[in-house]
Design a protein around this ligand. Structure first.
Ligand code: SF4
Length: 314
């Protein structure tokens, strides 16, 4: 059976979409461009989001003391060995909030990355409260000739959760940023964490309908993991009863329910993440890799004769 996204997979995979469009998977080369975050420098907060320890999310070649060009060189040499068939690379401005600066400095950093002959575009990770019309307009100009996507850390659609994790912005901010980016014609991705403390399964599931109402192009999910040296790690060690962690089977079942309600044209970039073992406070899922999680989700969809958007109604 052909699904609305043009192939027989039971969910709309962003990797497949890129392969169809560009003839290759798109590999992101992570960069630390030296930007910081308003939830750390005191502009909106100082402690950061309770789950955040940026070194837990960045590859070792990604360091602010190294020039962007050198980070790209090191990243390319690592990724070409790991993903031998990768042909298309984009610079992934990953660490902290990559639109949090004067536009002149943003242009300097983005353009250094784009001047590398093997870089075909930009993927910009940021907070929804760090964009404005001028920055989005500039990115949309680049997008006329290059691959450009913007990725917002939304994390949850529930305002109470955002307060509890000290996110420092609201879901309304997220919805507004998504709408503004989409209006500029930018590929708009979001990042969500499943299993944040205080959320019931039903509340997590409801988010599928909420994000389906927004002009989101792609979504990246992470199951909650506890990263060492974070406020959440301290809270977990003190109050473990506040936390419920998905076991793999439960997560797969949940994700299938989530997908059934998700708009079919929203592409999935990933279903689960792997915090490097040295940063992961609570070892879990017995080393299950994210590609194995995809296989389990596809098997479950097949078993239930289901697919992304099966229960979605406009
Ligand atoms: S997760 Fe992002 S927004 Fe939150 S503190 Fe870390 S860098 Fe800042």
């Amino acid at each position: 059976m052909q699904y609305p996204w043009g192939n027989s997979r039971r969910f709309h995979s962003l990797a497949d979409y890129y392969r169809q469009r560009y003839g290759s998977r798109i590999q992101k080369v992570s960069i630390h461009a030296g930007f910081t975050c308003p939830n750390r420098d005191g502009t909106v907060g100082t402690g950061g989001c309770t789950f955040c320890n940026n070194s837990g999310f960045s590859p070792s070649y990604c360091h602010e003391d190294i020039s962007i060009t050198s980070q790209i060189e090191k990243g390319l040499s690592f990724l070409k060995k790991r993903y031998r068939r990768a042909r298309v690379f984009v610079a992934y401005f990953q660490a902290y909030s990559n639109t949090y600066s004067e536009i002149s400095l943003l242009k300097e950093r983005y353009e250094e990355a784009l001047s590398h002959p093997e870089i075909s575009g930009l993927s910009i990770g940021t907070r929804p409260d760090c964009v404005d019309d001028e920055k989005l307009g500039y990115l949309s100009e680049i997008a006329r000739e290059k691959i450009v996507s913007i990725e917002y850390g939304v994390e949850s659609t529930h305002e109470d959760t955002l307060v509890a994790i000290n996110r420092g912005h609201t879901f309304t901010d997220s919805a507004n940023a998504i709408k503004k980016s989409a209006a500029k014609g930018l590929h708009t991705g979001i990042h969500m964490i499943m299993g944040l403390p205080g959320e019931t399964r039903q509340q997590m599931l409801m988010q599928s309908k909420t994000i389906s109402q927004l002009p989101v192009n792609s979504v990246k999910f992470h199951q909650l993991q506890i990263v060492k040296d974070t406020p959440m790690a301290k809270d977990f060690l003190k109050n473990p009863e506040k936390f419920h962690f998905f076991e793999p089977e439960e997560y797969v079942d949940f994700m299938v329910d989530f997908l059934e309600n998700l708009r079919p044209d929203i592409a999935i970039e990933r279903f689960a993440g792997e915090v490097p073992p040295e940063f992961n406070l609570r070892k879990s899922w017995s080393g299950l890799r994210s590609d194995q999680v995809i296989t389990l989700i596809e098997e479950k969809l097949k078993e239930r004769n289901s697919w992304q958007g099966k229960n979605y109604h406009e």
